[in-house]
Structures are given as structure tokens and as C-alpha cells.
Ligand binder design. Structure first.
Ligand code: SAM
Length: 280
């Protein structure tokens, strides 16, 4: 018979689980799950499969969007004396998944909160895309209705960062099409079934990808990664002169130079000198 496992300290344990390949469950995640007093789960059938894979049985309790408000206080109370692990069906809890309010309330109650990091589809897709990773914005799922989606995309358009979005197969082409229209035809990547048998990452411009998937919605789980907007073209001397001439009809030279410098991203002092020349 195996020796009983050391009990875990009480508190909340945020445990990341695989997004497809069960080999990605970390030894530490397996250890925490095996020793937790209770595992809060999105879907007990999914987590039961994972627990079977590591050969353990633990009590599970549902924690998902539809019951979270009701069950959260009880879960937080249990953290005073028990180790409560939080998992989602796949990947990192709290990332387009429930959990942040549980962490908030656990912290507010003074309980220990421990994270066990691991797979996350957004980060995995970024590593596959071959697009800049120095600055990225996790967008999650866009609204499904066209008007709300267009509003959300308009907000994203000026952001100088790579964008990471979750999407479903049936909606992929329409989403790529809307992104191409409202962001411009940027480079992008569609990552599908990451860590699974049919994993692929397809690169192209947004419109190329929209056309590719228009007639053949892909199966499986999908992340879209979109390149940041290109650098704005530097204003030419002629542009600066035209803007200065116009501004000088309304403003004194120093204010005209200030306005044009701000609008075109040019040096204010150089523009002031040029404004004096133009006036003369
Ligand atoms: N918490 C998860 C994480 O850390 O990635 C995300 C949960 S969210 C409800 C599920 C979405 O994540 C899917 O619809 C898909 O967009 C993306 N996703 C999850 N697993 C994936 C995989 N293996 N390949 C591609 N995308 C995946």
C-alpha cells in the first residue's frame, strides 16, 4: 500500500491543465491535484478523465459561470481549513475561464493563493505564429453579433501590439473577414488543435486566411494571432509645409508649430523655424 500523501496547506491552488496533450500536465500540477481536499471544476466529466490519467480520485465540486455566485462563499470558507484546487476544462483557469472572483475573494479573506502555471492556448499560439511577441494583447472571444464585434474591433485597431483572439471553427471565416476590413489586411496566423494530433498553424494575411476558411470551416479549437499595425509613414517635408501654411492662417508661428508637431509627430523647434521662414 502507498504511504498517505502529505496534506497540503489550506488555501486556493490555481492549477493549469493540458490543452490537449495529457503529457503537458506538470508533475507539480499532478501532485497538487492528488493532494487537494477538493477540486473545483468546470465539468466533472472532463476533470475525472484527467484525474484517472494520473491515477487519483479526489472530491470534485462544480464551479462555472452558471453557479459561481452561489457556491463561491462556501468554497472560500472551506479554504480556511482545506486545500481547494481550481481547474478549468483545459489550460489556465481565469483565462477566458471562471476564477478571478474566487481569487479576489480568497485574497480578501486572507487565505493563501498559490498558482501552478502551465499550458495556455493564447501563449502556445503566440509561440507558433512567428509574429512579434514583445507586446501582445489577449483579446479572448470577440462578441458573436456583427455590430458588437465591429465595435470591439474598432477599439483594437489603433493598439500597437500583437492581438491574440479565441474563436470557434464555424465563426472563424466571418471573424477573419471582419478583422481584415476593420484592422487592415495585416499578417496573421490561425493556430488549431494545439498539442493535439492535427495541430497546425497557418500563416497569411487576414484576407487570405478568411478566403481559405470561407468554404471549409475548420474543426477543433482555434486561436487567431494578428500582427500589430505597421509603423505610420513619416510625414514628408511637403506634408509639414502644407500643414504649417494652413495652421499659420489661424495661429501664431509658435502655436502653429506646436499643433503640427503633435499631429505629424515631428520636431517642434524645427517646425517653428520653418514657420518663421514661411511667414517671411
Ligand atoms: N483557459 C484556456 C486557456 O488557458 O487557453 C482557454 C479556455 S477558452 C474557454 C477555450 C478556447 O481556448 C477555445 O475555444 C480555443 O479558442 C482556445 N483553445 C483551447 N485549447 C486549444 C487548443 N488545443 N488549440 C487551439 N485553441 C485552443
Amino acid at each position: 500500500m502507498n504511504a498517505p500523501l502529505e496534506p497540503l496547506g489550506p488555501g486556493l491552488y490555481i492549477v493549469a491543465t493540458p490543452i490537449g496533450n495529457l503529457g503537458d500536465l506538470s508533475p507539480r500540477a499532478a501532485d497538487i491535484l492528488a493532494r487537494a481536499d477538493l477540486v473545483a471544476v468546470e465539468d466533472s466529466r472532463v476533470t475525472a478523465g484527467l484525474l484517472r490519467h494520473i491515477g487519483v480520485r479526489r472530491p470534485m465540486t462544480p464551479y462555472h459561470d452558471h453557479n459561481a455566485e452561489g457556491v463561491r462563499p462556501g468554497l472560500v470558507a472551506r479554504m480556511a481549513t482545506q486545500a481547494v484546487a481550481l481547474v478549468s476544462d483545459a489550460g489556465t483557469p481565469l483565462i477566458s475561464d471562471p476564477g478571478y472572483k474566487l481569487v479576489r475573494d480568497a485574497r480578501a479573506a486572507g487565505h493563501a493563493v498559490v498558482t501552478v502555471p502551465g499550458p495556455c492556448a493564447a501563449v502556445a499560439a503566440l509561440t507558433l505564429a512567428g509574429l512579434p511577441t514583445d507586446r501582445f494583447l489577449f483579446v479572448g472571444f470577440l462578441p458573436s453579433k456583427a455590430q458588437a464585434r465591429a465595435t470591439a474591433i474598432a477599439e483594437l485597431a489603433p493598439i500597437r501590439a500583437t492581438l491574440v483572439l479565441y474563436e470557434s471553427g464555424p465563426r472563424l471565416a466571418a471573424c477573419l473577414d471582419a478583422l481584415a476590413k476593420d484592422l487592415g489586411d495585416r499578417d496573421a496566423s490561425v493556430a488549431r488543435e494545439i498539442t493535439k494530433r492535427f495541430e497546425e498553424a497557418v500563416s497569411g494575411t487576414l484576407s487570405e486566411l478568411a478566403a481559405r476558411y470561407a468554404d471549409a470551416p475548420p474543426r477543433g479549437e482555434i486561436v487567431i494571432v494578428v500582427a500589430p499595425p505597421g509603423e505610420p509613414e513619416a510625414a514628408s517635408e511637403a506634408d509639414a509645409d502644407a500643414a504649417l501654411v494652413e495652421a499659420l492662417t489661424r495661429l501664431p508661428a509658435s502655436k502653429a508649430a506646436g499643433e503640427v508637431a503633435k499631429a505629424l509627430g515631428l520636431d517642434r523647434r524645427a517646425l517653428y523655424a520653418r514657420a518663421l521662414e514661411l511667414k517671411a
